[in-house]
Design a protein around this ligand. Structure first.
Ligand code: FES
Length: 94
């Protein structure tokens, strides 16, 4: 095993799990689209991959999706909607 420092300045994990209506999930509120838009912004601002927007396959809080977990700030965003992507990007992808 090799231990090293985290190779990213920030990691933004966006839940993209979609249970297709069988139970509540971030897919009910376009988690995949939120992920895609945030990733595109990080790339457009040339901050990817130092600020890494990554897909998560369920963060365990399915009733409050879309959920986003951000490190190293240790921030959890819930009930995120696509129209809030720009606001999130301006705070965490800059
Ligand atoms: S489906 Fe997103 S937290 Fe479970």
């Amino acid at each position: 095993m090799k231990i090293q420092n985290v190779p990213y300045q920030r990691q933004i994990f966006v839940c993209v799990h979609n249970a297709n209506g069988e139970k509540a999930s971030c897919g009910d509120h376009c988690g995949e689209e939120v992920f895609r838009r945030l990733r595109e912004i990080a790339k457009a601002r040339k901050l990817h991959p130092m600020i890494r927007v990554a897909q998560a396959k369920c963060l365990g809080q399915c009733n409050t999706g879309v959920n986003i977990m951000i490190y190293p700030e240790n921030v959890w965003l819930s009930d995120v909607r696509t129209e809030e992507v720009a606001k999130i990007a301006d705070q965490y992808i800059q």
